[in-house]
Design a protein around this ligand. Structure first.
Ligand code: ADP
Length: 734
C-alpha cells in the first residue's frame, strides 16, 4: 500500500500525526466521553425527576388531605352548625342577619386564621345559597361553586380557580392568589340532617409552598429547579412560580389557559426537549407536572465537549512544539542518511553519516555506514577489476590492431563491434557497395552473386573468399558466432592480405619464364653471333677497298653501324640470359655511386644534365657483386639522363631504412606515362627508338637488386620527374 502522505517529509508527517492524534484523543474521545456522561446524567436526572415528581405529588396529596381534615374539623364545629341551623330556620330578618354576622365573625376570628393556606371560608345552605363568607359573599363564582359543593355527597374538591374573588383582592390588596376550594358537608347538631356545606378556599401557592417545603430538602439545588404545574380534571392549569425569600422559598400559582412554554436553552447549547413527568394527586384527582429543562441541567456536560476539544487543540499545539526536538533527532539523521545515499549514488563512496546515539536511529546509522563501507570496498574492487579488464582490453586491442591480418566482429544486426585497421579496406569496399573490387574468388559452391554481402551477412554459414580491392588482394574467412547466454549472436570475419604472396608467386612464374627466355636468347645470340661477325668482317673488308668519296661508302657505314647495334643487343641478351657470375664481397656503395657519377659525367654534361649526389646513409656498406650493382645504377642514371629533354638534374640520395640501405635516383624529366608504369619492369619493354633501347635495363636492375636482398621500385613519377628507389640489404658487420 502506498503511503498517502508520501510527498510530505517525515518530520512534518510525525508532527502532523501527533497533532491529529491529540485532536482525535481529546476531541473525539472527549466527545464520546461527554456523550456517554450526558446519557448517564440524563437517565439519572430522569429517574430523579420521577422520584421528585412522585414526592411532590405525595406531598401535595397529603397536605391536601390535611387541609381536607381541617375543613372537616371546622365543619364539625358545633357553633357553626348551630348558627347555620338557626339561620336556616330564619331566612330573613334582623335575627338572621345577626346570626350571619356572628357566623362570619366566628369564622374570621376563630377558624380562618388557624390554617395559613385558607384564604376564605364560606358557609352554604342546603340549597347551595351562600349563607356567610369571610371575604366574598357576592361572587358569582362562589355561588356557582357553592351549588356544586352542596350537591356532592361527601367532601368535595373544586377544579382550578383562575382567581380569587374580587372582594378578596380588594381586601387583601394585590392580584391575590389563585387556588382551589374544598367543600365538606355541614350537619345539624344531631348529625342526622345535612344543613349545608362549608367551603374552604385554599391558596394554591400556599398549598404548594407548604407541601413542597416538606420534601424539597431531599432534592439537590439542580433538581429543585424543576418547573411545576398543576392540572385539574378539566385540563385547567396552574403554573407554579418559585420565589426565594429570607424565610425560604415561596411558591405562587398562576392560572394559565395555555400549556407552559419550554424554557429557552442557553446560547450555544443544543435545544433538547425538556423531561416531563406527570403524577396524579389522588386526593382531588389533579395532576402535578414536573418539567425539567435538560439543556440547563446538562449545561456543564455539554460544555465538556468543547472543553475536551479545546484541551485537544492546546495539547496538539503543545505536543507539536514539544515534538520538535524528538522529531529533529529522529528526522535529522534520516535526512542525513538520505543525503549520504544520494552522494553515494552519485559516486562519492566515502560519504558517511555521524552516529550520535545508541538507539535504533544510531544503530540504523551504523548499519548505513557499514553498508557504505561495503559498497565502497566493492566499488574499489570493481574499479580494480575494471582497470585490469581495461588493460587486458587495451592489450587485446593492441594485439588486434597490430595484427597484419584483418579482424572484424559484427553483432546480430550487422553493426561493427570490433575491428582493426587491416580490415578497413574491406569495410570501405562494403560501404561503397563493392565498387573497387576488381576480383573476387568465392570458395562457396555455387558462388553467391554478391560475395562481400555474403561474408558480411551476420547469419550466413561459414564463408571464405578472395577479394581484390585498392590494389591489394585479401583472403577472407567469416563465420557465425555461437550465441552467448543472453542469446546474442554475431559474426567474426578474418581477412589476410595475400598481395605479397600472390606477387611472389607471379614473380616466380615471371622468373621461370625469364629463365626459359634467357636460354632461348642464349641460343639465338650464339646462332646470330657468327653470321654477324662474318657480315662485320666482310663489310670492313669492303670498306677498305672502297675509294674515298665512293657513293657506296655511306651504305657500308650503315651496314657497319647496324651490325654493331646487333652485336650490342646480342651481348646484352647474353649478359641478361646467362648473368655474369657474381663476385660477392663488401662494397661501399657511396664509393661505387661516386665513381659511376664521375664515369657518366661527360655523357650527362653533353646532355646538359647536372649530376648531384646527396649520400647521407649512415651505413653505406652492402654485400654483393660490384659489377652487377654498378650495372644497376648506370642503367638508372642513363635512363634518367636520356629522359631529360632540355637540360635538368639527376640527384642520387642515400639513407638508411631499417636494416636496408636505400638509394633513390631522382630526375627532372617528363615522367613515365601512367599506362606505361605497370610495364616498365617487363623485359624488352622500351619506349625508346629502335637501336637506342633494348627494354632490358630495368628488368635486369630489378633482378640484381632482388638478388642483393632488396628490390627496385618506381617510387613516384609525374610530369615533374621520376624517382626510382633501390633497396639493398645493408651489411651489418663492416
Ligand atoms: P631501355 O632503356 O632499353 O628502354 P629499360 O628497361 O631501361 O629499357 O627502360 C624501359 C623503359 O622505361 C624506357 O624505354 C623508358 O620508356 C622508361 N624509363 C626508364 N627510366 C626512365 C626515366 N628515368 N624517365 C622516363 N622513362 C624512363
Amino acid at each position: 500500500m502506498r503511503d498517502p502522505l508520501h510527498s510530505i517529509s517525515v518530520k512534518h508527517k510525525l508532527a502532523l500525526m501527533f497533532v491529529v492524534l491529540c485532536l482525535i484523543a481529546f476531541g473525539l474521545g472527549g466527545f464520546l466521553i461527554s456523550r456517554s456522561a450526558r446519557g448517564v446524567l440524563e437517565r439519572e436526572i430522569h429517574s430523579r425527576l420521577v422520584y421528585q415528581c412522585q414526592a411532590y405529588a405525595t406531598a401535595l396529596d397529603s397536605y391536601l388531605q390535611m387541609l381536607e381534615r381541617r375543613t372537616e374539623d371546622f365543619a364539625s364545629d358545633g357553633h357553626i352548625r348551630e348558627l347555620l341551623h338557626r339561620i336556616s330556620g330564619r331566612p330573613g330578618g334582623e335575627e338572621a342577619d345577626a346570626l350571619r354576622a356572628e357566623l362570619g365573625r366566628h369564622l374570621r376570628k376563630n377558624k380562618l386564621p388557624l390554617v395559613a393556606s385558607f384564604r376564605d371560608l364560606t358557609v352554604v345552605d342546603r340549597a347551595g345559597q351562600v349563607v356567610v363568607a369571610v371575604h366574598d359573599l357576592g361572587s358569582a363564582q362562589v355561588t356557582r361553586l357553592a351549588v356544586e359543593a352542596s350537591g356532592s355527597e361527601g367532601n368535595w374538591y373544586s377544579g382550578v380557580l383562575p382567581a380569587v374573588p374580587a372582594a378578596y383582592r380588594e381586601a387583601e390588596g394585590g392580584p391575590g392568589p389563585t387556588g382551589l376550594a374544598i367543600g365538606t358537608p355541614l350537619y345539624d347538631l344531631d348529625g342526622a340532617e345535612r344543613i349545608g356545606s362549608l367551603l374552604a378556599w385554599v391558596d394554591a401557592g400556599a398549598w404548594l409552598t407548604e407541601a413542597v417545603r416538606s420534601v424539597s430538602h431531599t432534592f439537590s439545588e439542580g433538581e429543585d429547579q424543576a418547573q411545576l404545574s398543576l392540572r385539574d380534571r378539566l385540563g385547567r392549569r396552574l403554573s407554579v412560580r418559585r420565589e426565594s425569600t429570607q424565610s425560604g422559598d415561596l411558591r405562587t400559582a398562576e392560572y394559565r389557559s395555555d400549556p407552559p412554554a419550554p424554557g429557552t436553552a442557553p446560547s450555544g447549547v443544543r435545544q433538547v426537549p425538556p423531561i416531563v413527568e406527570v403524577f396524579e394527586i389522588p386526593a382531588n384527582g389533579w395532576e402535578i407536572e414536573v418539567i425539567l429543562q435538560v439543556d440547563r441541567a446538562l449545561e456543564s456536560v455539554s460544555g465538556l465537549q468543547s472543553d475536551f476539544l479545546g484541551v485537544g487543540v492546546v495539547l496538539a499545539v503543545l505536543s507539536a512544539f514539544l515534538m520538535f526536538f524528538p522529531i529533529r533527532f529522529l528526522a535529522q539523521p534520516l535526512v542525513q542518511m538520505e543525503q549520504a545515499a544520494q552522494r553515494i549514488s552519485s559516486g562519492e563512496f566515502g560519504s558517511r553519516v555521524a552516529v550520535n546515539s545508541g538507539d535504533e536511529i544510531g544503530r540504523l546509522a551504523s548499519s548505513f555506514n557499514r553498508m557504505a563501507e561495503a559498497i565502497q570496498e566493492r566499488a574499489s574492487r570493481l574499479e580494480r577489476s575494471a582497470g585490469d579488464l581495461r588493460s587486458e582490453r587495451d592489450r587485446l586491442n593492441t594485439v588486434i590492431s597490430s595484427m597484419r591480418d584483418g579482424l572484424l566482429v559484427l553483432d546480430g544486426r550487422g553493426e561493427v563491434v570490433l575491428k582493426n585497421a587491416a580490415v578497413e579496406p574491406l569495410i570501405q569496399l562494403r560501404d561503397t557497395g563493392g565498387s573497387g573490387a576488381s576480383r573476387h574468388v568465392c570458395k562457396v559452391e555455387p558462388a553467391p552473386a554478391d560475395c562481400l554481402a555474403c561474408v558480411f551477412q551476420p547469419h550466413s554459414d561459414q564463408q571464405s573468399c578472395v577479394i581484390e580491392a585498392g590494389g591489394r588482394v585479401f583472403e577472407v574467412h567469416s563465420a557465425s558466432l555461437t550465441p552467448d547466454e543472453h542469446g546474442r549472436s554475431g559474426r567474426v570475419l578474418v581477412s589476410r592480405d595475400v598481395t605479397d604472396r600472390i606477387n611472389q608467386d607471379e614473380r616466380e612464374i615471371h622468373q621461370e619464364r625469364l629463365s626459359v627466355l634467357g636460354e632461348v636468347a642464349a641460343v639465338v645470340a650464339h646462332e646470330l653471333n657468327n653470321p654477324l661477325a662474318s657480315i662485320s668482317m666482310f663489310n670492313q673488308m669492303m670498306e677498305a677497298e672502297l675509294e674515298a668519296g665512293s657513293p657506296l661508302r655511306e651504305n657500308v657505314e650503315v651496314i657497319q653501324r647496324n651490325t654493331e647495334t646487333c652485336k650490342k643487343t646480342i651481348r646484352e641478351l647474353l649478359d641478361y640470359a646467362t648473368g655474369a657470375s657474381p663476385e660477392i664481397g663488401p662494397i661501399d656503395l657511396h664509393d661505387t655511386v661516386e665513381s659511376i657519377v664521375r664515369f657518366l659525367r661527360p655523357i650527362s654534361d653533353r646532355a646538359r644534365v647536372r649530376l648531384v649526389t646527396r649520400l647521407e646513409a649512415g651505413n653505406p656498406w652492402v654485400t654483393g657483386d660490384e659489377v652487377q650493382l654498378r650495372q644497376v645504377f648506370v642503367n638508372l642514371v642513363m635512363n634518367a639522363v636520356q629522359a631529360i629533354v632540355d637540360g635538368g638534374e639527376v640527384v642520387l640520395e642515400s639513407f638508411d631504412e631499417d636494416d636496408h640501405l636505400v638509394i633513390e635516383v631522382r630526375d627532372t624529366g617528363p615522367g613515365i606515362k601512367p599506362e606505361d608504369r605497370g610495364q616498365i619492369f617487363r623485359p624488352f619493354f622500351t619506349t625508346k627508338a629502335r637501336g637506342d633501347g633494348t627494354g632490358l635495363g630495368l628488368s635486369t636492375a630489378q633482378r640484381i637488386a632482388e638478388m642483393h636482398g632488396g628490390g627496385l621500385t618506381l617510387a613516384e613519377s609525374s610530369p615533374a620527374g621520376t624517382v626510382f628507389r633501390v633497396r639493398l640489404r645493408a651489411r651489418q658487420e663492416v
